[in-house]
Design a protein around this ligand. Structure first.
Ligand code: IFL
Length: 467
């Protein structure tokens, strides 16, 4: 049974939308915002900051996976002692889109000379795919440098055992890039279903269907096991394809599973994926949406009974506002972004986790996250409403104010204090995601096709480069 609090506050999504207006109840701070600044000056500023951060990375950490921008040190992401130039690979298409061509050439030169994948260490299949494979493919899409495609195909081949050695077709979490040994069969939805667009592009560009077929099979197994409510628990065993829990969430570790059903349809035109997306998002809207104090959220629920098991919401879930808008549910996307905007208004930089009944932070840090800007970008593309540029501009300003340090931009370990508490590292996705979203939405980028493009969950451009 739902609690009295829940009954008092809960209003089914469809029942309340009409009463709240198109943008929900929390539009006042937006309406009161200062007049739009000159977006041209913002886009120039984003480009300048990118070039400044790149030069620091080159000076202090070139070839290593991630810079530590406070101390000027570095660290590897996938395996200690085995750098793969993650920051470079993540940055390639961003540099290209921003026409930072000498910086791009510096990165390409490092990749051509140094990047090899004969590495005797277990690599996380999901992260290797979205960051490295996606980065190489988007670099290839933008530059047509065939060495990038060769490296992508080599890496794709090294990831495939995670799928082909699994009796169910659901991939193991880790694969040794040199030996093909697989490990960690206890996995989750995101690490099961975030391959179709990178693998699809690789199949298309190499003419080898093994990649896309493996990615689709993993989706199929989990979709076929959906609950009678059309919901998916988030934990799954790779060898059996059976669920390991009953909790459904749109946040991690499920999030990009849903994104890639839609994206697979969008990039590859696969109708099965669209129909699976429609079914599952129908289930989510029917059983996970909850309106609290006029704001739309998505609860964690038991996939079989629909009972709410948690009202905690991860910042990463905010991407779902953009996905809803992209897939034609603009009204729900707007309302969910309004909810997250209320959190931005309260804290400045969003905390990693909140309790949506009170907006209290349940996880106080911020790992330099892109999801709010990602959703603003997708909502802007869907509506061209300047509201989303203003929200993203605020996100950018707050990031500059809180995360900019001596040698770049850093994560925060506590956003609830004044001043915020800083950590000392810059994640690879920062180079591929928010810089690109800001750049593209504050200006008209010559090299980007605003009408026909595809950006992956990591912000990698796999369609829409204008050469
Ligand atoms: O790797 C990033 C990507 O956006 C993703 N999940 C988490 C990261 C950013 O927060 O899909």
């Amino acid at each position: 049974m739902r609690t009295p609090l829940h009954r008092r506050r809960f209003l089914g999504l469809l029942g309340t939308a009409a009463g709240l207006g198109a943008t929900g109840v929390i539009s006042a701070p937006d309406a009161l915002a200062a007049p739009a600044p000159s977006w041209r000056s913002v886009v120039d500023d984003v480009r300048r900051e990118t070039r400044w951060a790149w030069r620091n990375y080159v000076a202090k950490a070139f070839g290593h996976d991630q810079i530590k921008p406070v101390s000027g040190g570095f660290e590897e992401f996938f395996a200690p002692g085995h750098p793969v130039g993650l920051t470079i690979v993540e940055a390639l298409d961003t540099l290209w889109l921003m026409e930072l061509d000498s910086e791009l050439e510096q990165g390409l030169d490092w990749v051509r000379r140094n990047l090899r994948f004969e590495i005797d260490a277990p690599f996380q299949v999901f992260e290797t795919n979205i960051r490295m494979l996606g980065g190489l493919l988007s670099g290839y899409h933008c530059t047509r440098d065939t060495r990038l495609l060769e490296l992508a195909a080599d890496l794709g081949d090294r990831l495939l055992p995670a799928f082909s050695k699994s009796p169910s077709g659901v991939p193991y979490r880790f694969v040794n890039l040199l030996t093909g040994a697989v490990s960690r069969p206890e996995t989750n939805l995101a690490e099961t279903g975030t391959y179709i667009t990178e693998f699809g592009a690789l199949s298309k560009w190499t003419g080898d269907r093994r990649y896309v077929d493996a990615a689709k099979r993993a989706f199929e197994v989990t979709f076929d096991n959906r609950s009678p409510l059309d919901l998916l628990p988030f934990a799954v065993h790779a060898e059996t394809g059976e669920w390991l829990n009953t909790t459904a969430t749109v946040g991690p570790p499920a999030d990009s599973y849903y994104e890639y059903l839609w994206d697979g349809w969008r990039l590859l035109g696969d109708r099965d994926l669209k129909s699976w997306y429609d079914t599952l998002v129908g289930g989510i809207l029917a059983h996970q949406s909850e309106v609290v104090d006029g704001r739309l959220w998505f609860a964690q629920v038991d996939a079989f009974t629909g009972e709410i098991v948690s009202r905690e919401q991860s910042e990463l879930g905010s991407f779902f506002a953009g996905l809803l808008a992209e897939s034609g549910r603009v009204r729900e996307g707007r309302r969910y972004h309004d909810s997250w905007n209320a959190v931005q208004d309260r804290y400045g930089v969003l905390p990693e986790g909140i309790d949506y009944t009170t907006l209290a932070a349940t996880s106080e840090g911020n790992q330099l996250r892109p999801e709010f800007a990602d959703a603003a970008f997708n909502l802007w593309l869907a509506t061209r409403d300047e509201l989303y540029q203003r929200r993203a501009k605020k996100h950018y300003d707050l990031m500059k104010r809180t995360s900019k340090v001596r040698f770049g931009y850093t994560i925060l370990t506590d956003v609830t204090t004044n001043p915020v508490v800083r950590g000392d590292f810059c994640p690879g996705y920062w180079w591929s995601e928010q810089l690109k979203y800001y750049y593209l939405m504050f200006g008209t980028a010559k090299r980007f096709d605003y009408r026909n493009h595809y950006l992956s969950t990591e912000g990698n451009l796999l369609k829409g480069a204008r050469r």
